[in-house]
Ligand binder design. Structure first.
Ligand code: NAP
Length: 241
């Protein structure tokens, strides 16, 4: 076991790839909420390769569920070296049609979750004067996106949180960075037709959308790095330069 790493939202998509890849050399705890079967499959697939991973359910926007999850992990491993705040949801809707409930849900799951999970984890990191936090923002948190105002707001909030926390936690030797992916091939983008995706590809200098593994590569680099903090790293094929 190298590092103890918690990945939120690891049942599907980007988080799943991060968990699967990092588990080869680290003790990974893969959080999920609704997709229990996918989380079990992740564990079973890795078991076939003699790789161990823990899966743990918690709604990351719910303080008591998160508290219990972190307590369980700390009881078992005594520390969390790396926290990857990846869980997220999206919504594609006209600003004028967004309800209060929808707004609150996006902000709670995408942004408040980072506050809650990080607060529960960071006490342990501060006492050990060591830690790495990686928050998954989005290109839309940097540039803003029409029809995705709530989502873009939550992802821009993650950037503010990342930069502020990097300043506050630097003296405790805790690095905090954000990754802002462009369009990555996961079910989050299943709302777009093939034709719409082709139109998007034309706007991207590398002429394709990204793969979850291409986000994971950056995370692997951040794990090795020792002097990067407070940064927003864009992985978007040049979509926004
Ligand atoms: P995805 O395939 O839809 O997967 C989302 C993951 O988040 C699932 O594992 C889901 O778990 C989890 N999740 C959602 N709500 C949760 C909650 N309340 N508590 C715990 N887990 C929860 O999405 P993705 O594309 O991999 O996105 C991962 C992250 O990257 C998100 O933050 C997203 O905003 C960001 N991102 C994605 C793209 C893209 O183009 N795909 C681009 C930029 C940024 P359950 O199913 O178990 O509930």
């Amino acid at each position: 076991m190298n590092k103890v790493i918690l990945v939120t939202g690891a049942s599907r998509g980007i988080g799943n790839n991060i968990a699967k890849t990092l588990a080869k050399e680290n003790m990974v705890i893969a959080n999920y909420n609704k997709s229990k079967n996918e989380a079990i499959k992740l564990k079973e697939d890795l078991q076939k390769e003699n790789i161990n991973i823990d899966i743990i359910k918690a709604d990351v926007s719910n303080r008591s569920e998160v508290k219990e999850m972190i307590e369980q992990i700390l009881k078992k491993y005594g520390r969390i070296d790396v926290l990857i705040n990846n869980a997220g949801i999206s919504q594609y809707k006209l600003f004028t049609d967004i309800t209060d409930e929808e707004w609150d849900n996006i902000i709670n799951v995408n942004l408040k979750s980072n506050f809650i999970v990080t607060q529960e984890v960071v006490k342990n990191m501060i006492s050990r004067k060591s830690g790495l936090i990686i928050n998954i923002s989005s290109i839309w948190g940097v540039t803003g996106a029409a029809m995705e105002v709530a989502y873009s707001t939550s992802k821009a909030g993650i950037i503010g949180l990342t930069k502020s926390l990097a300043k506050e936690l630097g003296p405790s030797n805790i690095r905090v960075n954000a990754i802002a992916p462009g369009m990555i091939d996961t079910s989050m983008n299943s709302k777009f037709s093939e034709e719409e995706i082709d139109d998007i590809k034309e706007e991207i200098p590398l002429e394709r959308i990204g793969k979850p593994a291409e986000v994971t590569k950056c995370i692997k680099w951040l794990l090795e790095d020792t002097y990067t903090t407070g940064q927003v790293i864009s992985i978007n094929g040049g979509w926004n330069i």
